[in-house]
Design a protein around this ligand. Structure first.
Ligand SMILES: C[S@@+](CC[C@H](N)C(=O)[O-])C[C@H]1O[C@@H](n2cnc3c(N)ncnc32)[C@H](O)[C@@H]1O
Length: 285
């Protein structure tokens, strides 16, 4: 039921999303038969700080061509395409929103990355993968829609190989003051489940991970949001264009509310890196 609401939130307002994205690129003067990944980078990363956040997190994970990554809540596939093309690794994406998975598959083919990338529609709360099958589990801006945090992180821990990394970039609760809605991940608190930093870290540890770092990116994200909104209001550039396609006219209100939430400390955004202990290694140590 909740999952239907989440899928409806992301996928319910826009059909023919791929066509619409390509149409926008055409309008921007891009040759859609010779697209470069960079042409899409403003459009296909559905999180704060977009590729800057993805590039920074990826640089911490020792990614190599043979690395197998799971992207939990993979959206339109922007982060996975970036990782596969920069590092050559294999990425599987899983996402509730069917249309996002279709667009992600189609863009993987368009960029000749179909051997490295695969996407399936499903819930991250019941992963259809064997235990110990990934080297890295990656997630950005999905846990905000997930009530069962320990189940979520336990599923990620189950499919991760011992010694592998968990990388998360998520909006969390700040001061405890109520969040102002609507925001880009939820119209109301019905599908929004922000944990405090302490509870998020606790859920990750309880799920079997050892926390390596937790970095607050709120100030950077606030400055970025303010710049994006200003551009949008001046209609210089549709900086968060895919969100606009998905969320329509509500977009500017959502962005203003997000700015309000960061300015008043109601929300924070953190990058967390954790590791699944390698029991054999600890034994030897
Ligand atoms: C804000 S988007 C972020 C997408 C992508 N991670 C990115 O950063 O570009 C959140 C995504 O999480 C997905 N999602 C939320 N809850 C999920 C769940 N329980 N299982 C799978 N996907 C989920 C949504 O469908 C949506 O595509």
């Amino acid at each position: 039921m909740l999952e239907k609401d989440v899928e409806q939130h992301y996928g319910g307002c826009s059909s023919d999303l791929e066509e619409k994205i390509l149409g926008t690129l055409r309008q921007k003067g891009k040759d859609i038969h010779n697209l470069k990944l960079a042409d899409l980078s403003d459009l296909d990363e559905l999180h704060l700080l977009k590729q800057e956040a993805t590039g920074e997190m990826a640089s911490l994970l020792n990614l190599r061509p043979e690395t197998r990554v799971l992207d939990a809540g993979s959206g339109l596939g922007g982060p996975s395409r970036f990782i596969a093309s920069e590092y050559g690794c294999y990425v599987t994406g899983i996402d509730l929103t069917g249309e996002f998975c279709e667009v992600a598959r189609s863009f993987a083919r368009r960029f000749g990355l179909q051997d490295k990338l695969s996407y399936l529609q499903g819930t991250v709360l019941d992963l259809p993968f064997e235990a110990n099958s990934y080297d890295v589990v990656w997630t950005q801006h999905a846990s905000m829609n997930i009530r069962e945090k320990v189940l979520f992180f336990s599923e990620l821990a189950r499919v991760l190989k011992p010694g592998g990394f968990l990388a998360c970039f998520d909006i969390i609760a700040g001061s405890g003051e109520p969040v102002v809605y609507p925001v880009s991940w939820a119209e109301s608190e019905k599908i929004s489940f922000l944990a405090s930093q302490e509870d998020q870290l606790q859920a990750i540890s309880q799920s079997g991970f050892e926390i390596l770092s937790c970095d607050d990116r709120s100030q950077k994200a606030l400055a970025w949001l303010e710049a994006v909104l200003e551009k949008q209001l001046n209609e210089e550039e549709t900086a968060s264009l895919t969100y606009k396609l998905l969320l329509g006219e509500r977009m500017n209100t959502m962005m203003s509310n997000q700015i309000k939430n960061f300015q008043t400390g109601r929300t924070k955004v953190v990058q967390i890196i954790a590791r699944k202990p390698d029991e054999e290694m600890s034994f030897i140590e």
